[in-house]
Unconditional design. Structure first.
Length: 260
């Protein structure tokens, strides 16, 4: 994830670092970020020429994810302005050759009797994703079941592994473990954010917390997942070398488990 890599703030420099570090795929935020802290790309500041330049810059990567702005939250009753912002983000993603756009939701509870506005918002996102030629990954904390009825071709789940361990594992415990949650999601799973959690801090270096990555990797292999594993690591907590160690940790465990 091009969030900030060490002291690198320039977006093109981050892309070059990711490429030189041997990563096959890349991800970044569709928002300007905060000066001196982290950088993304603001779709509103990119004309057709700049979008083509970005498409060429990102072309060497096998897959490309874009994280929608945090302000564009999909909710039970999503304001029209937010839906337009998401549609704009999807169009930008399609223009630069992205495969997946991650969206944060605030879904209704599963037992809410009237969900027409929520379903209509999902229908609108489905149409926008199809038009842009991208896949939407909704980053649920709970409520994954919403995407089963009805299923939508261009909307799936972005699973944030670390966040499933927050609040004493509230995200995965209803499924009796992270591996079972992944198995439950199965073909709904279109993207994965991966980082460690030590009970106090998330977005830390893989292997320095208490997440069961063996179970994660085995379950992903079990459902035949072939999407990205996006290292979403906090630049205040993880150095560039820590990013590389995180990738090697996952590759090594996958080999040792006989999964690759």
């Amino acid at each position: 994830m091009c969030w900030r890599i060490g002291d690198i703030l320039d977006f093109d420099a981050q892309v070059q670092w990711v490429k030189e570090a041997g990563f096959e795929s890349i991800a970044f935020h569709a928002s300007p970020g905060h000066p001196g802290k982290w950088r993304g790309v603001d779709p509103a500041q990119t004309d057709a020429q700049e979008r083509q330049r970005l498409r060429d810059l990102l072309a060497p990567f096998k897959c490309r994810e874009i994280h929608a702005p945090f302000s564009a939250e999909l909710a039970h009753e999503t304001p029209a302005a937010v839906l337009r912002q998401l549609e704009t983000t999807f169009a930008f993603a399609g223009d630069v050759g992205a495969n997946v756009v991650t969206v944060h939701p605030n879904p209704p509870k599963l037992d809410v009797p009237d969900t027409a506005t929520w379903q209509n918002a999902l229908d609108q996102l489905e149409r926008a994703a199809e038009a842009a030629g991208i896949q939407v990954g909704i980053e649920f904390m709970q409520g994954f079941e919403w995407l089963r009825n009805p299923p939508r071709k261009h909307i799936g789940v972005t699973l944030d592994i670390g966040h499933m361990y927050l609040n004493d594992g509230a995200g995965h415990k209803p499924y009796d473990g992270i591996g079972n949650l992944i198995s439950f999601l199965d073909d709904l799973l279109v993207h994965v954010h991966i980082h460690d959690y030590d009970g106090e801090h998330d977005h830390i270096e893989i292997g320095t917390g208490h997440i069961d990555f063996d179970a994660v990797l085995a379950a992903l292999a079990g459902i035949g997942y072939r999407g990205m594993l996006c290292l979403e690591l906090n630049p205040e907590r993880v150095t560039p070398e820590g990013i590389k160690r995180s990738a090697e940790f996952l590759r090594r465990r996958a080999r040792e488990l006989g999964l690759v």
